[in-house]
Structure formats: C-alpha cells, structure tokens
Design a protein around this ligand. Structure first.
Ligand code: ZN
Length: 202
C-alpha cells in the first residue's frame, strides 16, 4: 500500500454544522469538495509550516483510502492543514483555494487501519490535543453528509481512482499552529482506541 500512488485527496467543506458556524458559513445542502494534491501527503511525524503563511490552521478529519473497487478500504486521521490567511484572501477575491489547501506537506496523516475495524461508521469519535489540551473532538454521527453519501457524490461527479483519499470534514475548534507545538490525535470506536498519532510542528 504505497502512498506515492495517491493522485487526489478529495476534501469536503463544512461537513459539521458547528464548524460551518465558527466559519460564519451556512451548512451546505449539497456536499462541496476541494482538492488537495496527492503529493501533499505527509505520512511522517514532523509538520513543516510554510514560511509564507502566518496563520496555518489544523483541521482534524477522518480520512478514507479508496481501493480498486472504488470502495473504502482503510481509514486514518488526517490534518487538512489550511493557510487561513491565504484562504481568506482567496475568498475575498473570488480565487480558488489551491494555495490555502494544497501547499507542500498540507496533509499529514496517521497510520492506516482497515475499515473492518471500524464496524459501523456512525460510532467513531476522534480528538485532537494541542500541547496536551483538547482542541477538537468530533463524532461521525454529527456529519452533515455521511461517508457513504460523500463517496457516492464523488463517484457521480469526479474521476475518483484507486489509492485516492477522501477527507470527511472537520468539527469545530480549528485554530493556528506555531513552531514548537505538539499534536496528538486519537480515533476511538466504542471507547476503544484504534489509532494514535503524534506530530511535532517545526
Ligand atoms: Zn477541512
């Protein structure tokens, strides 16, 4: 399962009502996606912040990996890193979000677990700690569009391929990263921890 074959990372926007609210945005009635290049993937434990942004935010998200049948095969936690200053500028000037979302190293991910371990996708909880304080905690049951709906929408509209990733949106609590920050993320199903991730921000 090599990561270099990932062509596209399909990321959904505003898929948790509490996050849409904190961004002063409406909760969508149809899913909307933006792309992160597959080359943004960072499977390591060190996050290098880009020098040209003063406001890179973490967004912790449940991510799925696509198999040869265009189904979910594996899951992990991903950080949809976002240069919020570049995104605000893009929103104001009607430009695409490519710089804000698809910069070098913009998608740190944890290790992969089989979707079979997740049982039902409805009962997953995940949490991000920054410097030992909980900053985000999400539950998949709060998603506006469920993973199966996101997958169906993507297959109907976009050239999804094997090894692509789908990022399923972030709950409330997004915020800035600074060099020296320590991040820890956990994924649980029915109170059992299935995945723990650690990242050092440089
Ligand atoms: Zn996101």
């Amino acid at each position: 399962m090599s990561l270099h074959l990932t062509q596209n990372i399909w990321a959904v926007g505003r898929n948790y009502a509490d996050h849409a609210k904190e961004m002063n945005a409406e909760t969508p009635t149809v899913p909307f996606f933006f792309l992160k290049s597959g080359n943004c993937l960072n499977p390591g434990s060190v996050i290098h912040l880009p020098k040209w942004s003063q406001d890179v935010h973490y967004e912790l998200e449940l991510a799925f990996r696509i198999d040869e049948n265009l189904s979910f095969s594996h899951a992990t936690l991903a950080l949809d890193l976002t240069a919020r200053d570049a995104q605000s500028h893009a929103k104001k000037s009607g430009q695409p979000w490519t710089l804000a979302k698809s910069f070098i190293g913009a998608c740190p991910i944890g290790s992969w677990i089989s979707v079979l371990e997740l049982k039902e996708f409805e009962n997953i909880t995940f949490e991000l700690k920054k410097n030992h304080q909980i900053v985000q905690s999400g539950q998949t049951r709060d998603m506006v569009f469920k993973p199966a709906q996101l997958l169906e929408f993507i297959k109907d509209h976009y050239p999804l391929s094997e090894h692509d990733l789908i990022l399923t949106g972030t709950p409330a609590g997004v915020g800035p990263l600074h060099s020296g920050d320590l991040l820890t993320a956990e994924l649980r199903v029915e109170n059992q921890t299935l995945l723990t991730c650690h990242w050092d921000v440089i």
